[in-house]
Design a protein around this ligand. Structure first.
Ligand SMILES: [Zn+2]
Ligand SMILES: [Zn+2]
Length: 278
């Protein structure tokens, strides 16, 4: 078992889903995140048997834990019947793709809604419905904390707790914490003390056991900016030092933790993070 988190990266699937593993090895990533379909579209080509076989073979060979990030179009908080139906279908499809590929974790943004409590109830209801359609799916859905842009839900720990509680905190749900989004939504991770205070608050409201993955991103904007813009590690307002407590935190040993910075920046960013590991 690794001493700390598995420092990895989001990797491109250009040329085939299975290619993400070779890219991860080239970049020195110990975990990977992929999109199993176009992240900015509703439609996806069904996976072929060849896609699945090639991916599973590479996963077994490379032994790099993977997670998937769902399409950005999905809005489980939508009040619009059409968007809601499309979002549920799309999440179900994402889940089935993960199941087929053997990807154990699927990250999704909670969604947006102008009225927080109503939105959170809709998100919980939508997740419950997708689970009812696929009750035996082995894939765990992870709610990602958001930057708090516009009317996005999930920037407060109370939001994540409300969704988990509404569903009875089932084993098929969990949380993915994004460092940029934490900082953008007002959690000051720049000092070890700030890191501990943030995690203490998370432990009280949500529970550390709910965390199953991390997104490791520096943040372009200042503390509390509520703008979701990632930056290379050490080049943003968080700074490299902010990542030191997390990469060494034994409580999260073995969890995948992936960069979501520009394609082509992985080697440099992974090196910056690894330099912080004691
Ligand atoms: Zn995300
Ligand atoms: Zn982001």
């Amino acid at each position: 078992m690794a001493k700390g988190i598995l420092i990895g990266a989001h990797e491109s699937v250009a040329g085939g889903l299975f290619k993400a593993f070779a890219r991860a090895e080239e970049h020195g990533a110990a975990s990977i995140q992929i999109f199993t379909k176009n992240a900015r579209g509703w439609k996806s080509k069904p996976l072929t048997e060849e896609d699945v076989e090639a991916f599973r073979a590479e996963a077994a060979r490379a032994r790099i834990p993977s997670l998937s990030h769902a399409s950005y179009l999905i809005n489980l908080g939508s009040e619009d019947a059409g968007i809601r139906a499309k979002s549920l279908d799309a999440l179900e499809d994402e889940l089935l793709r993960c199941d087929a590929l053997g990807v154990p974790l699927l990250v999704v943004h909670p969604g947006t809604h102008g009225v927080r409590d109503r939105g959170l109830a809709l998100v919980a209801e939508a997740l419950g419905e997708v689970r009812r359609r696929q009750p035996r799916s082995p894939t765990r859905i992870l709610l990602e904390n958001t930057a708090g842009q516009g009317s996005s839900l999930g920037c407060r720990f109370e939001d994540l707790a409300a969704i988990l509680d509404a569903l009875g905190r089932p084993g098929w749900l969990g949380v993915c914490l994004d460092t940029c989004h934490l900082f953008a939504s007002g959690f000051d991770l720049r000092t070890p003390r700030g890191y501990e205070e943030t995690l203490d608050r998370f432990a009280t409201l949500v529970g550390l056991e709910q965390v199953r993955a991390f997104h490791l991103n520096d943040c372009k904007g200042p503390l509390g900016c509520r703008v979701d813009r990632h930056e290379d590690i050490g080049k943003g307002q968080l700074g490299a030092k902010a990542f030191e407590p997390l990469v060494n935190d034994g409580r999260f040993a073995g969890l995948p933790a992936v960069l979501e910075t520009e394609e082509g920046s992985q080697i440099e960013n992974l090196a910056a993070l690894r330099a912080l590991v004691h």
